[in-house]
Write a protein that binds this ligand. Structure first.
Ligand SMILES: Nc1nc2c(c(=O)[nH]1)N[C@@H](CN(C=O)c1ccc(C(=O)N[C@@H](CCC(=O)O)C(=O)O)cc1)CN2
Length: 575
């Protein structure tokens, strides 16, 4: 390798420096592509690369000085430079670059002046690759821990660039010569550093389908063999799992069997979630903490907006909503979805059809949207007019664009217990899981009762709770002794569609109550008001945590639609 590759404004650029820089930039770019593909934040890779570069160089230099056999040379550089000898030709020794002292008897060159900081001047040559590995490895460990980035994904990501880097490292290795550019060793082919550039991992990295499929297969095999925790690490995790996982186990979880004797509801917001404020007794009794869906939805929407800015600024994710008819509630929900999407930087449009539109017309519109590659997510607002078979319309949305999570394929995959980060699941149950996360209550091993068996809330809700290791009962209007069943629940989800159906006496003291209901009723003053499926005043005197209506599950439905749109967009990118 040429000692100095080129000079710019009288500054020499050594070849090994250019090789290292190229390797660093290449590995970082490859890492960014990889994490984008698996739906993670690319900033993590940039931070990781910089930390590894810094500590890699430091470690590499440190080990070179301490363990490469040059230790005394660096001591003599400071104490007695005449004891340092370089075996270089006389003219090079006397050149302006080296400016050394020629020893004609021993035919060696000595440095002219003492330099007590020579040991630190890594740019003058002398880096040891294993020191770099150790330094960069330690930095990576702490950086990944700080960013809570899955270790196996990072290891997978490192595989390819490291194989590309090793031959470069071989040619970039330098002895502590007098000036930049002592001749490097020639690469001997049996050495590991001379490995071929051909690397299957590179192929896999650029083949996301294969990557996802392999990961899924490996994850399933590990689950079958009982290594569930390892399997979980191979999954792509949705936002709510990523953020709640650490708290869901251990310190964030708490026992639910606290007595029902508290005074006023307190609010738990999205920013500082879970159990920060556990139920406590006071003189007047015990009252539930409010799970503030409005606040949490704002947090989720802000996080989605940040991801859109960071990951998809070139082509923002796009969401198209189909609204048939003029149901006033649906019109409000769709308008709110449109506003939330626009605020998060998600592109798209609302397609309005009259209530009299035929099934064929709606199908034609959905199929047109389905065929458009620029569209990532499609949602048909429910309910559809009575003359339309909703199931036929929903099945016409490709599963990968089905941001409502109602397609039979998505429903089936959720039922089968497939990794959640790879399946689009219905927004309302997803929102409930976020709210459950906000409570800090770990569903693992807890008794969960879902009242309601609809395909869009009750059933998927039960599947999500099951996936979170709860022991789940689906109850409904025909369940015998429903009150007693509900009293067993540590986590109670009410999705029956009947105003204030679930009474306070049905609730286990300290339970988490998630109220999915949204019923407009006439209040005592004759005006209309929105109430849930749970009798809030009674329930909040017994429960440990409760969602209000309005301001609980409803806003989370829209926030989760945006989250699903991001996931649909990653599917589109992976195609
Ligand atoms: N395709 C879909 N259709 C419907 C879904 C759905 O998830 N996908 N869910 C519901 C309606 N819905 C979203 O579409 C929805 C319901 C309620 C809210 C909400 O924010 N509610 C507010 C109160 C609003 C009010 O004052 O009326 C709250 O609870 O605070 C948002 C979305 C049926 N259709």
């Amino acid at each position: 390798m040429r000692p100095e590759l080129f000079r710019l404004f009288d500054v020499g650029f050594p070849a090994y420096f250019i090789a290292l820089l190229t390797g660093f930039l290449f590995a970082t770019a490859l890492g960014v592509v990889f994490v984008k593909r698996i739906g993670q934040n690319p900033d993590v890779v940039v931070d990781l690369s910089l930390a590894m570069l810094l500590w890699g160089v430091a470690g590499s230099r440190l080990l070179h000085v301490l363990a490469d056999g040059y230790f005394w040379d660096y001591v003599h550089f400071c104490t007695d430079p005449s004891q340092v000898s370089w075996k270089i030709p006389q003219d090079e020794c006397l050149s302006a670059r080296v400016a050394g002292v020629w020893d004609a008897t021993a035919n060696v060159c000595h440095p002219k002046e003492a330099d007590c900081f020579r040991w630190a001047k890594f740019w003058a040559g002398g880096l040891t690759y294993y020191g770099g590995f150790i330094g960069a490895g330690i930095a990576a460990y702490f950086q990944l821990k700080r960013d809570k980035f899955p270790f196996f994904k990072a290891a997978d990501m490192a595989g390819s660039p490291s194989r590309w880097g090793s031959p470069l490292a071989g040619s970039a290795r330098r002895e502590p010569g007098p000036v930049q550019g002592a001749p490097p060793r020639k690469c001997q082919s049996p050495e590991p550093s001379c490995a071929s550039y051909t690397d299957l991992r590179v192929a896999r990295l650029f083949d996301p389908h294969r990557g996802v499929a392999l990961r899924r297969r490996a994850s399933q095999a590990l689950r079958r063999s009982g290594l569930r925790r390892v399997a979980d690490r191979l999954r792509i995790r949705p936002l709510y799992l990523r953020n709640s996982s650490s708290r869901r186990s251990g310190r964030g979880s708490r026992a639910l069997d606290v007595p029902a004797d508290r005074a006023r509801p307190r609010r738990l917001r999205g920013g500082d979630p879970r159990g920060a404020d556990a139920p406590t007794k006071d003189a007047a009794g015990m009252t539930a903490q409010i799970l503030d869906g409005k606040g949490l939805a704002a947090t989720v929407r802000a996080r989605v907006a940040a991801e859109v800015r960071q990951r998809f600024s070139a082509r923002p994710p796009s969401l198209h909503v189909v609204l048939v008819g003029d149901d006033p509630a649906s019109a409000v929900y769709v308008r709110n979805k449109e506003r939330a999407a626009a605020e998060a930087g998600i592109a798209g449009a609302i397609h309005r059809l009259p209530a009299a539109a035929s099934e064929a017309e709606i199908l034609e519109l959905v199929e047109r949207l389905a065929a458009d590659d620029a569209i990532d997510g499609i949602l048909v607002q429910l309910p559809l007019p009575a003359h339309v078979q909703s199931a036929r319309i929903l099945a016409a949305i490709p599963a990968r664009k089905d941001v409502a999570g109602f397609h039979p394929e998505n429903a089936g995959r959720l039922f089968r217990g497939e990794p959640l980060g790879e399946v689009l699941v219905p927004c309302t149950p997803l929102g409930c899981m976020h709210l459950l996360g906000l409570s800090g209550v770990d569903p693992r091993g807890k008794r969960a009762v879902v009242v309601g068996r609809s395909a869009i809330v009750g059933r998927p809700m039960a599947m999500l709770l099951l996936a979170a290791d709860a022991t789940v009962t689906i109850a409904h209007s025909r369940t015998e002794n429903l009150a007693a069943v509900c009293q067993e629940a540590d986590i109670l989800v009410a999705a029956v569609g009947r105003p204030e159906f679930v009474r306070g006496s049905w609730i286990k003291p300290g339970a988490v109550v998630l109220d999915v209901g949204s019923n407009r009723v006439t209040g005592v003053d004759g005006g209309s008001k929105l109430v849930g499926d749970v009798h809030f005043a009674e329930a909040s005197a017994v429960a440990g945590w409760i969602t209000p209506v309005p301001g609980g599950v409803g806003p989370m439905t829209i926030a989760c639609l945006l989250e699903n749109t991001l996931l649909a967009r990653s599917f589109a990118d992976a195609r």
